[in-house]
Design a protein. Sequence first.
Length: 237
Amino acid sequence: MCGPCVAPRTLTPYLGIESILECMMVQDGCGDSVFRSNVPCVRLAEYARWCDERMKCGPQCWAWAVVLIGRSKLPVTHSTVHRMLLAALLLAVKYSDDVYYTNKVYATIGCVGLAELNKMEVAMLGALDWQAHIDNNTFAHMQAAIDERQAMLMPPLTTATYMHTLEVSKPQGEPIGLILKGTRIAGVIPRSTSHTSGLCRGMMILSINGHPVQTDHEITSMIKKCSDMYVTVATSV
């Protein structure tokens, strides 16, 4: 399995996905041969990060893919989970994104051969009875489960962590330019930096207007409701 090793702190957005899939795992050796490979040396969260950075798929695709894996009833093992995630993610992209790459590109990204990926896609679709669509309630339930696992696995705040309360102004009709990965800020949209002064990549959002927030959905909801906010964030040094 290809893909570089990455520092543990960069894996935070993918820990929830890894945790959910690990709970589905059964004893190795009973996985479908189409998905089975030598046990990869790359951690599943690292593989997910590798694919995410290159596939450019929508954020909804990850919860969608996990739902499909569970619904397929295929055995999830240490030697099949990476390829099953790739195949499920491929289906999620095709069903939910308006624009996507060819299978050849996804095969290169996923570090498998094109013929292998094609077989995995067909095998996954067959196990799903060719029904890869999921309803809104199922998606929301899985996304909440992933967010909950991710929040539990977030690195704890330490004595080297500083809390700041920042005033954030949102002009009428203009969204605050925050890019979220869980409850951490993954980026600030440049065109809106004048309205998000002091917010930086890596900060963990603790509360908005005094209300604790634990998931990215809660943060997004609060941002939509408020025009002016006091955001309490934590940064480590």
